[in-house]
Ligand binder design. Structure first.
Ligand SMILES: C[S@@+](CC[C@H](N)C(=O)[O-])C[C@H]1O[C@@H](n2cnc3c(N)ncnc32)[C@H](O)[C@@H]1O
Length: 286
C-alpha cells in the first residue's frame, strides 16, 4: 500500500520438547536453542507478502534495530508502552507459580512484568526468533533470571517448540502483526495453553475519536519515520510500522477471529483512546 493511500484512510475494518526447560542444549545462562533461524537478508522494507520472504525480512529488521529497540519504543510512545504492557499483563490474572509464555517476546518487557507476578516458583519464557532481540533484553531479564524465573528460547512463533497444554498463560505484545500468518500464530498459542488458560494479545490499533485519529495519523506518518531514520537508522522500517498497523484488524474483527479459532470469553481493552488494544481469550476446559 502506498503511503498516500494508507494516510488517506485505510483504517480497515512439532514435534515438541517434553519440558519447558533443562532437556534442551543450553548455550549460555538461560538461553535454549530450539529452532535455529538464520537470515543474512538485508532487503529493504516494506516486507513482501510471500510468507517466507516476510519472515526473513522481519527477522532482518529486528536484528538490525535490536540494540535501539527499547529506546525507540520509549521515545515514540512517550513512555506509554510501559503502562500499556502493565495493564495488559494484568488482564492475564497471573497467579504465583504460573507458567507463562511470551511469544514474539523480543527484549522481554512483558515477561519481566509477568515474572514479578508469578514469583520465584513460576516461570516466564521469552520466545523470539531474533537472537539479537533476546540478547538486547538480557540486562533487564538478568535481574530476575537470577531467581530462575525467566528463560529465553529462540524459535519461530508459527511452530512453537512446546507440547500441547503446558502454559497457564500465553501473551504476545506487538508481535502478532509481524507474523506471515496471524491465524497460525494464534492457533499455536491456543495449542500450548492449558485448558482454562488465558491468552493476551497487545497490539496497536485505531484511535476511537476522529480528531485524535487525525493527530495520530500525522504523528505516525510524519514524525515516526523521521525519528526512525535519526535514532535507529531506518526510515523505511518506521514507515512500514504505521502502514502495517492500519492493515491490522479492528478490535471487533480480531475478537471474531479469536472466537473462530476456539477462544472463549473473548474481550478487549482499549488503551490511550485505542492506540493500543489488549485482547484476551480463554482456552475452553475440556
Ligand atoms: C515489535 S517486537 C515486540 C517485542 C516485545 N513483545 C515488546 O512488546 O516490546 C516484535 C518481535 O516479534 C519477533 N518476531 C516476529 N516474527 C516472529 C516469528 N515468526 N517468530 C518468533 N518471533 C518473531 C521479532 O523478532 C520481534 O522481537
Amino acid at each position: 500500500m502506498s503511503r498516500e493511500l494508507a494516510f488517506a484512510g485505510s483504517w480497515r475494518r512439532r514435534p515438541a520438547p517434553q519440558q519447558l526447560e533443562d532437556r534442551r542444549p543450553k548455550t549460555k545462562d538461560n538461553f535454549l536453542l530450539l529452532t535455529q533461524t538464520h537470515c543474512d537478508n538485508n532487503s529493504p522494507m516494506p516486507f513482501d507478502d510471500a510468507p517466507q520472504d516476510k519472515s526473513r525480512q522481519v527477522l532482518a529488521h529486528f536484528n538490525r534495530v535490536a540494540a535501539r529497540y527499547d529506546l525507540m519504543n520509549s521515545l515514540l510512545s512517550f513512555g506509554l508502552h510501559h503502562w500499556w504492557k502493565r495493564v495488559a499483563v494484568g488482564l492475564l490474572d497471573l497467579r504465583p507459580g504460573g507458567q507463562v509464555l511470551d511469544v514474539c517476546g523480543g527484549t522481554g518487557d512483558l515477561a519481566v512484568i509477568a515474572a514479578q507476578r508469578i514469583g520465584p516458583r513460576g516461570r516466564a519464557v521469552v520466545y523470539d526468533f531474533s537472537r539479537a532481540m533476546l540478547e538486547a533484553g538480557r540486562p533487564k531479564t538478568a535481574v530476575l533470571a537470577g531467581w530462575g524465573k525467566i528463560l529465553h528460547v529462540q524459535g519461530d512463533a508459527l511452530r512453537l517448540a512446546f507440547p500441547d497444554n503446558c502454559f497457564d498463560a500465553v501473551m504476545v505484545g506487538f508481535g502478532i502483526r509481524n507474523l506471515s500468518s496471524m491465524d497460525a500464530g494464534f492457533r499455536e498459542m491456543h495449542r500450548v495453553l492449558k485448558p482454562g488458560g488465558r491468552m493476551m494479545c497487545l497490539e496497536f490499533s485505531c484511535p476511537a475519536t476522529p480528531w485524535f485519529r487525525r493527530l495520530y495519523d500525522l504523528y505516525s506518518f510524519a514524525v515516526m519515520p523521521l525519528a526512525g531514520k535519526i535514532i535507529a537508522g531506518s526510515r523505511e522500517a518506521y514507515s512500514y510500522l504505521p502502514e502495517s498497523i492500519r492493515k491490522f484488524p479492528l478490535p471487533e474483527e480480531l475478537s471474531a477471529l479469536l472466537r473462530s479459532l476456539g477462544f472463549t470469553q473473548v474481550g478487549y481493552h482499549r488503551l490511550t483512546n485505542g492506540i493500543a488494544v489488549a485482547h484476551v481469550g480463554v482456552k475452553e476446559r475440556e
